[in-house]
Design a protein around this ligand. Structure first.
Ligand code: ZN
Length: 319
């Protein structure tokens, strides 16, 4: 994982005559392409198949972003590298940095822990520090000093707010195509609203409300649709769980009659599989939409198709 993270950076191709938009990770790339259409050239900094919690930019990324008009980043503490990155930009650069999560009511990390039944924030923090020697990249890649849950995009409700920010950034950079961006934004907005309704209506009817996931990526989904998430790992996908966490989750499986433990595709599923076999339940994918795998990209999957599949899997698990 470490080697992959160090070796990968997308080659940014600036195109004259278009609004060049650089995005920090997949959901923003998707929104910028959907809304920007033919008038934008969107480049994602993180290549497919790479977990963004593990990723940090290199100097070549800085040079390339300096030439773009817009850089969209998630904010809310997701990109632990963003402040250094801002400081490192070329002085002559006209790039506008836009925080896509702006306007979403954020979840404080401690609150998320409480909601999911964890009562040991400090234990997690200590765990992270012990790990720092082994996961140098990780420690830089995710910063949660503010204790804020950064995963807003996993909830369609928050994605609606984010898409609004992306539209506004494009209009500000290229007002001559305002009507075009507004029309394309409306199409995406309507799809997100329909998705939100689908989530709300169907989850309302499930008998179970508890899910076990790999890392705390589903806090906004949980808040917005009345689910409780219990994470095997902390807020980043590679923090090691402690023995008592595993024990607690095994007990939870029994108490809540949980039938499936969710895993995600960009990180190892070993822990989910181990826990599932110990608790004698099955595993299912719940995608935190932090990036596409190469296969998903090739198959034409996108934010909407993956969020629809997530809902099917959620309903299966919550029956
Ligand atoms: Zn995450």
């Amino acid at each position: 994982m470490l080697t992959t993270a160090c070796g990968n950076s997308a080659a940014v191709q600036i195109e004259e005559g278009k609004v060049n938009v650089v995005t920090s990770f997949y959901p923003l790339y998707y929104m910028a392409k959907e809304i920007g259409g033919e008038h934008v050239n969107v480049v994602n900094l993180i290549p497919s198949g790479v977990e963004p919690h593990d990723w940090t930019p290199k100097s070549v990324d800085l040079q390339n972003v300096s030439k773009a008009q817009i850089m969209l980043y998630q904010g809310a503490g997701f990109e632990g590298w963003i402040e250094d990155f801002k400081n490192g930009l070329d002085n002559n650069s006209k790039v506008k940095l836009i925080e896509a999560s702006k306007g979403v009511t954020l979840i404080e990390g401690t609150h998320a822990e409480e909601e999911s039944g964890h009562g040991h924030e400090h234990g997690h923090e200590a765990g992270h520090n012990e790990e720092s020697g082994h996961h140098h990249e990780n420690e830089e890649g995710h910063s949660h000093e503010g204790g804020i849950d950064p995963h807003t995009w996993v909830s369609p409700k928050s994605a609606i707010v984010m898409a609004e920010n992306v539209k506004q950034a494009l209009i500000d950079a290229d007002s001559s195509n305002k009507a075009y961006y507004e029309e394309r934004h409306k199409q995406l907005h309507d799809k997100l609203v329909a998705l939100d309704k689908q989530y709300a209506d169907s989850i309302k009817q499930t008998s179970k409300k508890d899910i076990i996931v790999s890392h705390h990526a589903f806090g906004y989904l949980a808040r917005d649709y009345g689910i409780h998430q219990h994470a095997i790992m902390g807020i980043a996908p590679n923090a090691e769980p402690r023995a008592q966490d595993i024990l607690r989750l095994t007990k939870l499986v029994e108490e809540k009659q949980i039938k499936y433990i969710f895993f995600e595709e960009l990180v190892s599923d070993t822990l989910a599989k181990t826990l599932a076999s110990e608790a004698n339940v099955e595993t299912l994918v719940l995608n935190p939409l932090e990036g596409l795998t190469k296969e998903q990209e090739a198959a034409g999957e996108n934010y909407l198709t993956l969020m629809e599949r997530n809902l099917q899997h959620l309903l299966k698990a919550l029956q």
